[in-house]
Ligand binder design. Structure first.
Ligand code: MG
Length: 158
């Protein structure tokens, strides 16, 4: 049986932090604010795989009130989330990610982000899609206040 999960995340830009998306350090004049490393791509994928397994969400497993997750490497959290999903009897099949940001342009980084996600999820690189879109200048994303990420993932019951 195939099951689908969806994940969403958003983070505000802040000066003085590196911008990390899907475990890749992206050159930019600001990073993202957050308790962990604020990797919105990793967070959205975590919620997608947890959702597919009906295994809660990132906040229930890695609460941002817990000092263990301060400045945490979110790709390590993604690997932990994969363990949770696999212990519930599922194998991850694929994931697809859309990053919505006015800047920076992420197209040149999509391949590296997909490769890192695929490694963390235990799937082939060709099983992870990563796309980047602008928000056509509209709203908080258009004003460059932050980044939003939507992800879906499918899992198979083993
Ligand atoms: Mg987040």
């Amino acid at each position: 049986m195939t099951r689908v999960g969806i994940g969403y995340d958003s983070h505000r830009f802040t000066a003085g932090r590196p911008l990390i998306l899907g475990g890749q350090r992206i050159p930019h004049d600001a990073g993202l604010a957050g308790h962990s490393d604020a990797d919105a791509v990793a967070h959205a994928v975590i919620d997608a795989i947890l959702g597919a397994a009906a295994a809660g969400d990132i906040g229930t497993h890695f609460p941002d009130t817990d000092p263990r997750w301060k400045d945490a490497d979110s790709m390590a959290l993604l690997r932990s989330a994969r363990d949770i999903v696999e212990r519930r009897g599922f194998r991850i099949s694929q994931a697809d990610v859309t990053v919505i940001a006015e800047a920076p342009r992420l197209g040149a980084h999509a391949g590296a982000i997909a490769a890192g996600l695929a490694d963390a999820l235990g799937v082939a690189v060709g099983a992870v899609g990563v796309k980047a879109k602008s928000n056509e200048g509209m709203g908080w994303i258009g004003r460059g206040e932050g980044i939003a990420v939507i992800a879906v993932a499918t899992v198979e019951a083993r």
